[in-house]
Design a protein around this ligand. Structure first.
Ligand code: MG
Length: 244
C-alpha cells in the first residue's frame, strides 16, 4: 500500500532502507484536538487589535512562533512590523482567550496508534513547539506509559522552531538515532516542512480544515485523513517500511 512512497523517499535521500527505531510525534492537532482552540484564539485576539487572521489561516501558521505569526499578519494588514510591546500584548491576549476555552480532548485514534508503536518495540518521541510547563503530566495522564521526559523536544529546547528542521533534528539526537531510523507524524504544513527538511520520512495527518495539498506540497511522504485512519493502517505502513 505504501511501497511506492517508501521507494520514492529512499531514492531521493539515497538511503538503502528505513531502519525504523522511533516515531517522532507532533502534539497539537496530532495527539490533542487543540488546533480549533488555537485558531479561534488567534482569530479573536487579532481582531481586537484591528487585524484579520482567519481561523483557516491560523492553521497555515501552526508551528511558527507567536511573534513571527503576529508580524506576518501585521506587515500584511498594516504595512509594518509589530513592536515588541505589541507582540507581547497580542500574544498574551491570545493566550488568555485560549485558556478560557474548553480543554482540548485527546485526538481520537491517537492512543490506539501510540500503543501499537510501543508494542512494535519502537520509541515514541514528542517534538512540539508548545511551552506548557506541565506537558509531561498531561501526556502521562492521557497517554500513560508512552512518553519519557528525556525523549521530548519542547519550546524550551529550540532556538528557531518549525519550519526549521531544528526540533526534529534534536528529537533524533535525544533518541540517539539518525534520519533514516525514524518517521515523523505531523498535521501542520510547517511541521511537515520541518520533518522533510530534517530528512525524515514524514507522515501527514490532516486533522484540520486545510486542503490535503497544503501538506503534500510541503513534501509529506504519506497522508492520512485522521489519526484513527492512521492507527488502522499502522501495521501495513510498518510492515511496508520494515520489509522494504
Ligand atoms: Mg501540530
Amino acid at each position: 500500500m505504501f511501497k511506492e512512497e517508501i521507494k520514492k523517499y529512499l531514492a531521493e535521500k539515497d538511503y538503502s532502507k528505513i531502519n525504523l527505531k522511533a516515531v517522532l510525534f507532533d502534539m497539537d492537532g496530532v495527539l490533542f484536538d487543540s488546533m480549533k482552540n488555537h485558531s479561534e484564539a488567534w482569530n479573536k485576539a487579532m481582531s481586537i487589535y484591528g487585524m484579520t487572521l482567519s481561523k483557516e489561516e491560523a492553521y497555515m501558521h501552526e508551528g511558527r512562533t507567536g511573534a513571527s505569526t503576529i508580524n506576518i499578519v501585521s506587515i500584511r494588514e498594516r504595512g509594518k512590523e509589530a513592536t515588541e510591546e505589541e507582540i507581547k500584548e497580542i500574544y498574551n491576549t491570545k493566550s488568555d482567550i485560549f485558556n478560557s476555552l474548553p480543554k482540548a480532548e485527546p485526538m481520537p485514534g491517537a492512543f490506539e496508534l501510540l500503543k501499537q508503536v510501543k508494542e512494535s518495540g519502537l520509541t515514541p518521541v514528542l517534538v512540539t513547539g508548545s511551552g506548557q510547563l506541565s506537558l509531561i503530566d498531561k501526556l502521562n495522564h492521557y497517554y500513560p506509559g508512552i512518553f519519557k521526559k528525556g525523549l521530548m523536544v519542547t519550546a524550551f529546547d529550540v532556538k528557531y522552531g518549525k519550519p526549521n528542521p531544528e526540533p526534529y533534528l534534536m528529537g533524533l539526537k535525544k533518541a540517539g538515532i539518525s534520519a533514516d531510523e525514524a518517521i515523523v507524524v505531523e498535521n501542520a504544513p510547517l511541521g511537515v516542512k520541518a520533518g522533510v527538511a530534517a530528512g525524515i520520512f514524514t507522515v501527514a495527518v490532516n486533522t484540520g480544515p486545510i486542503p490535503d495539498s497544503a501538506l503534500t506540497d510541503e513534501g509529506a511522504n504519506v497522508l492520512f485523513n485522521s489519526m484513527k485512519d492512521f492507527s488502522e493502517k499502522w501495521n501495513i505502513l510498518k510492515e511496508d517500511i520494515m520489509n522494504h
